[in-house]
Ligand binder design. Structure first.
Ligand SMILES: *Cc1c(COP(=O)(O)O)cnc(C)c1O
Length: 241
């Protein structure tokens, strides 16, 4: 067997294992087994290896740098016609710079990491120019970690009240547990995010169906707290690097 076949097999097994664990965590939380979407975070590997993850069944790919996202989109999307009934969605999970929006928005990504009014307005403006509607999540800093990105819970509420943003749709919240957080602490931080969402929905008439939280080390805790999307990288590329 060639080396690339080995890697393809390894990635397929990792994908099966991770998605199985995600379904089990959902069931353990009393939720439907397919209620959690796995975003395959491909930032650790090249475009060819990213494509192997798509081939293994992962239809949601996450990148933290816009340039890498649009470079990979060219390689990976060539695989899509051969898999006609599968569509690929890109997820922007890293810091967004306004000067990257023009090239990024045509790929139709879900942007997980909106953390300021400035970037929210910039996305709305560029999406309007391109005659599209961009979907975003608001990143909330729930760990209270000073050096972490993300909005305070109050700021999240304020961004939701900005009127006349017609080309951007806020569909949920994104969060990360603080660095070095114990699983039990992460669990309570994720519960805080879910409660914040519930409060915002109850008080403002917003619909915020998506909660993007949980990574390789803490997705079980996130799913128990209500995550609808988990962003998993390392666990999918175990043994590959
Ligand atoms: C890298 C990254 C992930 C994936 O983390 P793993 O621990 O490798 O699963 C998830 N979310 C964000 C924002 C990341 O930057």
């Amino acid at each position: 067997m060639s080396q690339s076949n080995d890697i393809a097999g390894l990635i397929r097994r990792n994908w099966m294992r991770v998605t199985d664990e995600v379904r089990q965590a959902a069931v353990a939380a009393g939720r439907a087994p397919d209620s959690v979407r796995v975003i395959g975070v491909s930032k650790y590997v090249d475009a060819a290896t990213t494509r192997l993850l798509f081939d293994a069944g992962c239809c949601d790919l996450g990148e933290s740098r816009p340039q890498v996202l649009w470079q990979k989109a060219e390689t990976v999307e060539r695989a899509v016609p051969e898999n006609a009934n599968r569509s690929l969605r890109w997820h922007m999970i890293g810091h967004v710079q306004t000067n990257k929006l023009r090239r990024m928005l045509p790929l139709g990504p879900l942007i997980h990491s909106v953390d300021s009014e400035r970037i929210l307005r910039a996305i709305d403006g560029e999406a309007h120019r391109q005659e599209r509607v961009a979907e975003v999540l608001l990143e909330v800093n729930i760990s209270g970690d000073e050096n972490k990105t993300g909005l305070s819970p109050d700021a999240v509420g304020q961004l939701l009240e900005i009127p006349d943003l017609n080309s951007v749709r806020i569909i949920g919240l994104m969060a990360m547990a603080g660095w070095g957080t114990e699983p039990s602490q992460a669990a309570s931080q994720f519960q805080d995010v879910a409660q914040l969402r519930d409060r915002l929905v109850a008080s403002g008439g917003h619909t915020l169906p998506e909660l993007s939280m949980g990574m390789s080390g803490d997705f079980r805790e996130a799913i128990a707290a209500g995550a609808t999307m988990v962003r998993i990288g390392s666990a999918l590329f175990e043994g590959v690097r």
